[in-house]
Write a protein that binds this ligand. Sequence first.
Ligand code: VGL
Ligand code: ZN
Length: 199
Amino acid sequence: MSERALIVVDIQNDFCPGGALAVADGDAIVPLVNRLIAEFDHVALTQDWHPAGHSSFASSHPGRRPFEAIDMPYGPQTLWPDHCVQGTKGAQFHPGLDWTKAQLVIRKGFRAGIDSYSAFFENDHATPTGLAGYLRERGISDLTFVGLATDFCVAYSALDAVRAGFSATVRLDACRGIDLAGSLAAMTQKMAQAGVRLA
Ligand code: VGL
Ligand code: ZN
């Protein structure tokens, strides 16, 4: 039997208003996400979890500013303000998030030299996080994504899910985006074309 799971992406203080990489209205989704958590039998959370001095931080590249792009060995990489540093308050889940029920927390972005937007693969599209194997082993094939940010970690996760053979739905009403240079429209279109259900 095919089981379904809710994947709650990066609802952390640094992505909410007042945080280091705040997504506009990022905290507004929390009540709806909590209702969805209550509805699903299986819930997994992702947690952006960078070491200090991570290579995705603009501060690690002299002369570079946040939101510029650079070329990394694995391809283009957007530079971000320092955010979600391991063990800091900014990396903690939003205090209103009902995460008690979560069966798995998958941490990503913990390798100093590589960023990870997707819950499945790091930004080299080759290093797995282990999530696909976990879900398959448990017979879970039908995934619903919510969280932050729509056009980065949520979109990359949903696209990888479809590529890995899962069915993927993104609840856009339970996501908020960063929208860097039109990235929200571009990634929404990409998800639709790839067969991600947008609800
Ligand atoms: C994210 C940028 C950097 C996200 C994480 O959760 O969408 N975006 N790290
Ligand atoms: Zn990050």
